[in-house]
Design a binder for this molecule. Sequence first.
Ligand SMILES: [Zn+2]
Length: 407
Amino acid sequence: MNQIRIDDIRIENGTRVLFEYTVTGDWENCFTSQRVAFIDYFCDISSVPQAVLAVPFICNIIPAAWVCDAVIEADTVDADFLDHVGEIKNGYKAIYPMIDFRGKLNAKSENVISKRDGGSACFFSGGLDANTTLMRHIEERPSLISIWGSDIKVENEQGWNTASEHIRQTAEKNNVQFYPIKSDFRNVLIEGELDKHIRETGDKWWHGFQNSIAIISHAAPLAFINGWDKVYIASSFSADIKGQYTGAGDPGIDNNVHFCGCSTVHDGYELNRQQKTEYLVKTCEETGTPVSLRVCWESQDGNNCCNCEKCYRTILGIVAEGADPNDYGFTWNEQSIKKCRQDMSDRITIYDYDYYPIQKRMIENKDRIKNAADYQWFMDLDISAVNGKLIKKIRRSRIARLFGKDA
Ligand SMILES: [Zn+2]
């Protein structure tokens, strides 16, 4: 039988939680060799009950327990979280009907009363989605939370220093609190092994199953201390393309994650990325202060590489709103536009649901775009055909063979 037992949860130096655990059964090959995980909150968490401290560890592994039909054994867990676990599982089932979600959580339900001051927090990576969510709720002065160990590896101090400095400045500018968290949660599971269990979904473990719930749940001890009512996590996909994408960051999952009286809001799902860009540029123009975005997946140094798919997508979106990408944290010139054109033709895969709205907006806004002629190739681009070019097909199959991933 597959099982994980949380043997011990203890606080070190008042700010750091350590989780000791034992794994048994066939699914052990999905776990790295470490048997102690940590989360550092950099603030006093000594008053947080065990039942709340357990939530982030459980959320990090619970999708794996469901997929591998495993039992999670814990002493106690927060009742508000436990009462909604079935709804979270149903959220996964709705996205992945081809997967059998079994397994269970065995833990004594404990009613946890936090001081309930109200207030809110917002997960903040510095990207377009997070900045839009912050602007939409700025009147609440939500605290910002960011996890070192999520998209920036826990071993990468330089990358984290750059990224967290950027978030610290955003917090200062908006007069809100910043809660950095350091966590080795992505070192607990072997994502590549779990990929094998979910192949038929066409998604990858981190993106499709682990990321959102694992991230959100890190807020539980902070929600207890601060008495927050709400924690916002920005949507990555939008309602208008429902059914065309998969991913763990979905309102059907996120909105069911509750802990100690605090609920999660999957924010901005009604807006697609271009509508968010429009909102962001408009808001920045009204206030006269552009924001420096950090969107890059490729760069581990905490800055934007300005030549990956995500950077290009964001840059072209900003151009389509008549704004200058150089004002929003990117380095962009005539040479970059030429390279972007070449890369789209030969190197990177682009999704039509991401790029059609950008192209449409650029054509509508043509008169507002500086050097619009430099982007005529993009306005004329046959987006549905560009990925089918032979050179890209060869490159994609080579990368898939070497790394088991798409380019
Ligand atoms: Zn990039």
